[in-house]
Write a protein that binds this ligand. Structure first.
Ligand code: G6P
Length: 614
């Protein structure tokens, strides 16, 4: 949450900062701001609301603002202080008795109250309600006393408790940016005669693919011609350059109306890339490069949040069915405080698209407490979780910009199936040929999902009409269709703000059936196998009570067609693919409902794509 960006080098400073912020808006869009430095002082531009508002304000700035060579920028997801111009970053300090400084920050300074009192006691006036402003004043005091910006940051950091990535500049050193982090992410982008800084690599893909990751306890000083990384104690640090293989086009709309729609359509390619090199022609899942001994795994614990948690539930079903290993799936924010039980034979699988969700990282820490081995399933190369885990299984969805996860969900489910197959084979849980058959079926995921998109595109609009007068909705499923129902309900509530719950269809009679009326549409995910029949009878019970039903069912399913007002058809596919194909129409349904309500599907209110605070 919150994105920071920095640039030093040439006169394209403001352009780079704005482009960087555009690509970081998924981290928050309550307000945005820039600070640019010149020997005369620091100038800021800040606006409430999305980045476009800031872009509008910049049109009124004179040419000097655009000829600076260094600056920092910020896009905010409010934690302390409501979204307002005063609370928007960058925050400034100094000016009266010393050079001005400016600070941008992602994270939370837990002891800001105490620091604020202390600074006020020394006569410092505050201009915002944010926790961040204390950093600006701490820095300004030190710079005024003669410290360099880097010395001042190191000194100020010693006073801060909490999680942060912070970048600062000073009018005394107008072509230098210093930055540091504790828990929150920070990367340095390397250029020619210019260097960059950001919360995440996708901010800078239009300018560089070469990055350095800053670690906790380090400080980095950036100029146009140098990047100096050192510990807080002043020891120089050598860090290998990391090259990402994501291209700038991945964060562009490419002719689509929204990123969410683009990303839904990218699912076949994302699945293909995730399975490539890992799922062989004969159906063998090869995870040997992970260097993780799977043969002695006795128990699996999956920790994750949001959509990734739903992928974990599907992973549990696959692992238990194929590898016969017990799996527990826990929401990371609960697990981290649960004093969890386990041993070295427990494999902890942390699923996180961003690789930087605070709760998921903390859950990994909790699992370390009992000696668990950690496998990270993540979409983000070089992310924090890749550095915490023993092994990394990368999903290859490419950057996902829409806040509602789509392509990353199906690739997480694919990755969990790869793990299930590899675990099953390593443990000899099933005859190899049986596993290979499942593997060969899984190889069809890209083409079946492609078909599913085509089928659902035709009908999603019609299904969305059922929601016109809706006041709530229920998504029902059993077996593999249940986590899909949970995910469908999450998509709908995230982007259309309509209260929506996913429920195991068999539980309807134990409460939710009381909600049934003509304004609470039921979305029935029928799935395959024996549970299809059971779900159908649960749905019949709601129809008898006046429910309007949309079913997600095979295109040739006449029974489903008879009970539903609209069928969202899925292609005929092997059973292992049923959650993949059923997820697609639910994504498109949520998309169409939100669009019909005139909402911004890529930036739903109050949400952020990456949740880096507790
Ligand atoms: C936020 C996002 C969700 C995501 C969840 C977990 O809530 O809006 O789309 O599923 O965080 O994020 P992660 O990056 O750990 O998968």
């Amino acid at each position: 949450m919150c994105g920071i960006v920095g640039y030093v080098g040439g006169e394209r400073c403001v352009e780079v900062l704005m482009e960087g912020l555009k690509n970081l808006e998924y981290r928050g869009y309550d307000s945005a701001g820039l600070a640019v430095a010149s020997p005369g002082g620091i100038e800021t531009a800040r606006e409430v609301g999305p980045l476009n508002n800031l872009a509008g304000t910049l049109k009124g700035r004179d040419r000097d603002f655009f000829s600076v060579r260094a600056g920092v920028g910020h896009t905010r997801w409010a934690t302390h202080g409501r979204p307002s111009e005063a609370n928007a970053h960058p925050h400034k300090g100094g000016g009266a008795g010393g050079p001005e400084v400016a600070v941008v920050h992602n994270g939370i300074i837990e002891n800001h109250g105490e620091l604020r009192r202390e600074l006020r006691g020394r006569g410092i006036e505050f201009n915002s309600e944010t926790d961040t402003e204390v950093i600006a004043h701490l820095l300004a005091e030190r710079v005024a006393s003669g410290e360099s910006l880097k010395e001042a940051l190191v000194g100020a950091l010693k006073r801060l408790q909490g999680s942060f990535a912070v970048a600062a500049m000073s009018a005394a050193e107008p072509e230098t940016i210093v930055a540091a982090r504790n828990q929150s992410p920070l990367v340095v982008g390397l250029g020619e005669g210019e260097n960059f800084l950001a919360s995440a690599v996708q901010a800078l893909l239009g300018y560089t693919r070469r990055f350095l990751f800053v670690e906790n306890g380090e400080v980095v000083e950036i100029t146009g011609s140098s990047v100096g990384l050192s510990t807080l104690e002043g020891e120089p640090v050598q860090r290998e350059t990391f090259e990402v293989d994501w291209g700038a086009e991945a964060v562009e709309l490419g002719g689509y109306e929204d990123f969410m729609l683009k990303e839904i359509h990218e699912q076949p390619a994302a699945l293909g890339a995730t399975l490539a090199g890992r799922l062989m022609d004969d159906g063998c899942a090869d995870l040997s490069d992970l260097d993780l001994n799977l043969s002695d795994v006795r128990r699996v614990v999956v920790v994750a949040c949001g959509t990734a948690y739903h992928a974990g539930l599907l992973g549990k079903q696959a692992i238990e069915r194929l590898a016969r290993v017990p799996v527990e799936v826990t929401v990371a924010s609960e697990y981290r405080y649960a004093d969890p039980v386990g041993d070295e034979d427990t494999l902890v699988v942390a699923i996180s698209q961003s690789g930087e969700t605070t709760d998921t990282l903390a859950a990994v820490g909790a699992a370390r407490g009992f000696g668990g081995r950690v496998l990270a399933v993540t979409n983000t190369q070089g992310s924090l979780i890749t550095r915490e885990a023993d092994a990394v299984l990368l999903t290859k969805a490419g950057p996902e910009v829409g806040v509602a996860a789509t392509k990353t969900f199906v690739t997480q489910v694919a990755a969990m199936h790869l793990l299930a197959l590899a675990l099953a084979e390593a443990r000899g849980a099933r005859p190899v040929e049986e596993l290979r058959e499942v593997g060969r079926a899984l190889r069809l995921a890209p083409e079946k999902v492609e078909e599913a998109i085509g089928l659902a595109e035709e009908r999603a609009g019609e299904a969305a009409e059922v929601f016109e007068e809706a006041r709530c909705s229920l998504f029902l499923g059993r077996g593999a269709a249940f986590p899909v129902a949970l995910e469908g309900a999450l998509k709908l509530k995230e982007i259309s703000y309509l209260p929506s719950e996913g429920y195991p269809a068999g539980e309807m009679k134990h409460g939710p059936i009381a909600l049934v009326d003509g304004r609470c549409p039921m979305v029935a995910v029928l799935g395959e196998g024996v549970l299809r029949e059971k779900t159908l009878s649960n749905v019949e019970e709601t129809v008898a009570r006046g429910a309007r039903v949309i079913s997600v069912a095979r295109e040739d399913d006449a029974v489903a067609a008879a009970i539903a007002e609209v069928v969202l058809p899925v292609p005929k596919a092997p059973e292992v693919l049923s959650p993949f194909v059923a997820a697609v129409p639910l994504q498109l349904l949520a998309y169409r409902v939100a669009k019909a309500r005139g909402l911004n599907v890529d930036k739903p209110r109050n949400l952020a794509k990456s949740v880096t605070v507790e």
